[in-house]
Design a binder for this molecule. Structure first.
Ligand SMILES: *Cc1c(COP(=O)(O)O)cnc(C)c1O
Length: 368
């Protein structure tokens, strides 16, 4: 029996709303509204409303979003910015590109999100901000993080790239920090058909500064008030995202339902650790990531049987070649280090069927 279960299936999602996407693309082409313009303005308003934010500043991708937020907060050489040891490299690389030094903290043992106790001990007189990541779609412990930020007068930028619509104590991620960044990379919970990103904030002056920085340093053509970069959301991506946005709550429910199916099928299997959700948090399952002591052999077994998986991420940030200069050791980040050899992300997308999930569960059971 040859089964083929993809890790994600973007084609299925397109087919389910094909007429809406095709009409959105045709409208942009009809108006030649390719760079900024009404489709971009409309998406910014809709996305701000959807995530319960005041301002949304769109940009070219979720990596630029992090850079723009830090540049607007006036990060200076010599500043230190605290972030998690377990994330995609954008989070830490943009700290460096904004001119500061990334200071990594270990994650907690069960949720894969930054450990607030580790943040407290990483704060120095040079610390200016904290970037928690709502990893895999689960909010970080925002009460504890915001308390540390208030105590030491630090800004907080939430990296929400994997966590659209996730909630902590009933409030949406992105509403806790001074700013929050989103990615609409095609595979994200809300994905464009190319690169796209956004920053949300409740701070009007910060929003204006981020907009300027993203558009060559000015909001009016040829009036460059500062030096910026070119990080624009294009009209096609904005129109596609506006067409998809109304479906996001439904797709999020479907991911949560699929996660519950995996939980029920896998949590009795010795050697499998299913993802744990911390108190007061709703997880939106951008990824469904289990832990297994023989991870590589399990991944190979699933692949041989037609199931695609992924490792997010095979090397924790402090141990990447890019950070060799810091000479970090595994003892400094015991949880992140332990997790990197145990984590495995299973097929997860809104359209995954119960039969596909039972096939994955059956294979994992037969492996164990
Ligand atoms: C995807 C992602 C980013 C970067 O977003 P891009 O749109 O790919 O630039 C940043 N942080 C995290 C945690 C991500 O998952």
């Amino acid at each position: 029996m040859a089964i083929a279960i993809p890790y994600a299936d973007l084609q299925l999602q397109y087919q389910s709303i094909k007429s809406e996407i095709d009409a959105a693309i045709a409208a942009v082409i009809h108006d030649s509204a390719f760079i900024r313009g009404p489709f971009v303005d409309a998406f910014e308003k809709k996305f701000a409303r959807a995530v319960e934010a005041v301002h949304c500043v769109s940009c070219a991708n979720g990596t630029d979003a992090l850079y723009l937020a830090m540049a607007a907060l006036d990060v200076q050489p010599g500043d230190e910015v605290i972030t998690t040891a377990h994330s995609w490299i954008s989070t830490s690389a943009m700290i460096t590109h904004a001119g500061a030094k990334p200071v990594f903290c270990d994650t907690d043992a069960t949720t894969f999100t930054i450990d607030p106790a580790a943040i407290e001990s990483a704060v120095t007189p040079r610390t200016v901000g904290i970037i928690p990541v709502h990893l895999y779609g689960q909010p970080a412990d925002m009460d504890a993080i915001m308390a540390i930020a208030r105590k030491h007068n630090l800004w907080v930028i939430e990296d929400c790239a994997q966590a659209h619509l996730a909630r902590y104590k009933g409030k949406q991620v992105g509403s806790f920090g001074h700013a929050a960044t989103f990615s609409f990379y095609p595979g994200k919970n809300l994905g464009a058909m190319g690169d796209a990103g956004a920053i949300v904030t409740g701070d009007t002056a910060l929003a204006e500064r981020m907009s300027m920085l993203a558009r060559h340093g000015g909001l009016v053509k040829h009036q460059h008030r500062i030096e910026g970069i070119n990080s624009r959301l294009d009209g096609l991506q904005a129109a596609i995202l506006s067409a998809k946005l109304p479906h996001l709550p439904c797709w999020t429910d479907a991911r949560q339902t699929a996660a519950a199916v995996y939980d029920a099928g896998l949590n009795q299997i010795e050697d499998v650790t299913v993802p744990e959700v911390g108190p007061n948090r709703t997880h939106v399952y951008h990824l469904y990531t289990i832990q297994h002591p023989r991870r590589d052999r399990l991944a190979a077994y699933l692949k041989d049987n037609g199931v695609q998986t992924a490792i997010n991420y095979p090397v924790a940030l402090p141990f990447l070649q890019a950070y060799e200069r810091f000479r970090h050791t595994p003892e400094q980040f015991p949880n992140a280090h332990r997790h990197q050899s145990r984590i495995l992300s299973l097929p997860m997308f809104a359209e995954i069927t119960a039969d596909q999930q039972q096939a994955v569960i059956g294979l994992i059971r037969s492996f164990s």
